[in-house]
Write a protein that binds this ligand. Structure first.
Ligand code: GLN
Length: 230
């Protein structure tokens, strides 16, 4: 499983979310605290952010800890909406920059933490890679993000072994799902963080129960149980 993070709030530097905290994605790439599937996230990384409404991405198939260029530039990248991930590739999946989250349709940035049987997903010429996450992202984009919860339930029903943990954002809205892995929310004074695991020991981190959708816009954070959840 990968580790991922989303931010919606005041403009902050990408480094302040991804690199600087004591247990940021940078540290989670070699020493995650809560990861159940896999021990390292060394198969690539991606940092996406909105720049005046336009999604921009920097992705790689190499470990985040080795990227001195990103470490040098990330403090200067500022945004009010960020989606970033470090990747532990599922066996058999390609390792290439286009297989690293976040994926985009030009409006949304989306990361998938988990695994899904590709045979339950439609083939899509819009998918950026043959990795399961890219096919899932193409389906979610096709159905529209307003239907994210329904799409997750549908795919989770078609593949009962799937783990479908999503973080997606479009600059003004941040969405997350839990389906087989952890997700935590941090409500800061300047915005909201969603992350597979807390990046520090701030007591304000809250855990999201499994099989839920989190919908963040502005300061409002809504938690919705997904159909079929117990
Ligand atoms: N299945 C996806 C991949 O291979 C995501 C893996 C993960 O969550 N570790 O990239």
């Amino acid at each position: 499983m990968c580790r991922h993070l989303g931010w919606l709030g005041e403009p902050v530097s990408v480094a302040s979310l991804v690199l600087d905290p004591p247990d940021a994605l940078l540290v989670q790439s070699y020493s995650p605290r809560l990861q159940k599937h896999g021990t390292m996230n060394a198969d690539g990384w991606g940092a996406g952010f909105f720049d005046a409404g336009t999604p921009r991405r920097w992705r790689s198939a190499a470990p985040l800890w080795g990227d001195a260029s990103f470490a040098s530039v990330a403090p200067a990248l500022r945004s009010g909406c960020v989606v970033a991930a470090v990747r532990s590739a599922t066996v058999g999946m390609p390792i290439e920059p286009s297989a690293s989250a976040p994926f985009t349709d030009g409006q949304w940035l989306l990361s998938h933490n988990g695994v899904v049987d590709r045979s339950v997903l439609p083939l899509s010429s819009a998918a950026e890679s043959t990795v399961d996450s890219a096919l899932l992202a193409a389906l979610i984009f096709d159905r529209g993000l307003d239907a994210l919860g329904d799409t997750i339930v549908e795919v989770g029903t078609a593949d009962p072994n799937a783990r479908l943990n999503i973080i997606a954002a479009n600059g003004s809205r941040l969405l997350g799902t839990t389906w087989g892995d952890t997700l935590s929310i941090l409500r800061r004074d300047d915005g909201v963080v969603l992350a597979s695991e807390p990046y520090d020991d701030d007591p304000r981190w809250e855990e999201v129960p499994d099989r839920h959708l989190v919908d963040v816009s502005g300061a409002s954070v809504e938690l919705i149980a997904l159909k079929g959840s117990s």
